[in-house]
Design a protein around this ligand. Structure first.
Ligand SMILES: [Zn+2]
Length: 281
């Protein structure tokens, strides 16, 4: 299988689906990560916090955009190697962009058509507006690009149409266990990342310039992936919502559902003490 991730900022790929990618990498799948913006302004802790010091390090405090982008790209490359991303494609768009741009839609459509992934992973398009508008814009761009890639005509556009087989949407912060709550709007697919959670911790430790290393990495994984794990019945999970419905020959029943033991489920999914197994670097 070929997996393509498309996110707004460098760390999004790891925080949202880094564990899932590690599992696909272990299964021998090809993974391409497309990152739309450089993310230099939205996560500027290394630079903004230096200015707050009594005697700022001028080499850090006076860094220009090129230096900031290069530093963040170094962090991203190390994280990508840890989880097993095959190839990074960074477009380095300005992370202040707040709207849908025709040129970017075409660029993303061309990347999708050229890569021809089986599945795409990106953010849920209705992130909270105040906190995460750029993620909404990124996914709106992806959905528009998917439509465009599906409408390519070889004699007009020089390339054939391409239709991705499934899109898995992340950052939907809703984890009810049953399927009737909230009128069906919930994470409806979970990936068990327990076997690779240490690699997700290590990959997040790479993003030191935005304060994602150390305590935050462990806190986020314990809380967000721990809560998704609670819903999934495993220690740590990443949650998704499928864009397209699924067709099966018979009613689907997963191995996890067959193996689940409701009596001890809460004990089973609490076995790993993350901070003990993966201490601060
Ligand atoms: Zn982001």
């Amino acid at each position: 299988m070929k997996v393509m991730t498309i996110y707004a900022h460098p760390a999004d790929t790891i925080t949202n689906c880094g564990g899932t990618l590690a599992r696909h990498a272990d299964a021998g799948d090809e993974i391409v990560a497309l990152i739309l913006t450089h993310g230099g302004r939205i996560h500027a802790n290394r630079y903004a916090q230096e200015w707050r010091k009594d005697a700022p390090d001028t080499a850090i405090a006076s860094a220009g955009l090129d230096e900031i982008i290069a530093f963040k790209k170094g962090e991203l490359e190390r994280a990508a190697e840890i989880v097993g991303i095959s190839r990074l494609v960074t477009l380095d768009r300005d992370d202040r962009e707040a709207g849908l741009h025709e040129g970017l839609v075409e660029t993303v459509a061309e990347h999708i058509a050229a890569e021809r992934p089986d599945v795409i992973i990106c953010d849920y398009p209705q992130n909270p507006v105040m906190a995460a508008n750029t993620h909404t814009v990124a996914t709106t761009t992806v959905l528009a690009a998917l439509g465009r890639a599906g409408a390519y005509l070889r004699n007009l556009d020089g390339q054939a149409e391409y239709h991705v087989k499934q899109v898995f949407l992340t950052s939907l912060p809703v984890f009810p266990i049953d399927g009737l709550s909230l009128y069906g709007v919930r994470n409806d697919v979970f990936v068990d990342i327990t076997p690779v959670v240490g690699r997700k911790v290590a990959a997040m430790d790479c993003f030191d310039s935005q304060g994602y290393s150390g305590l935050f990495a462990r806190k986020l994984i314990e809380s967000a992936n721990g809560e998704a794990g609670r819903a999934a019945g495993v220690n740590f999970a990443e949650g998704y919502y499928r864009l397209y419905n699924e067709t099966h020959a018979t009613l689907p029943l997963t191995d996890a559902a067959r193996a689940a033991d409701p009596l001890v489920r809460h004990v089973d999914y609490s076995r790993i003490n993350l901070r003990e197994e993966y201490p601060l670097p």
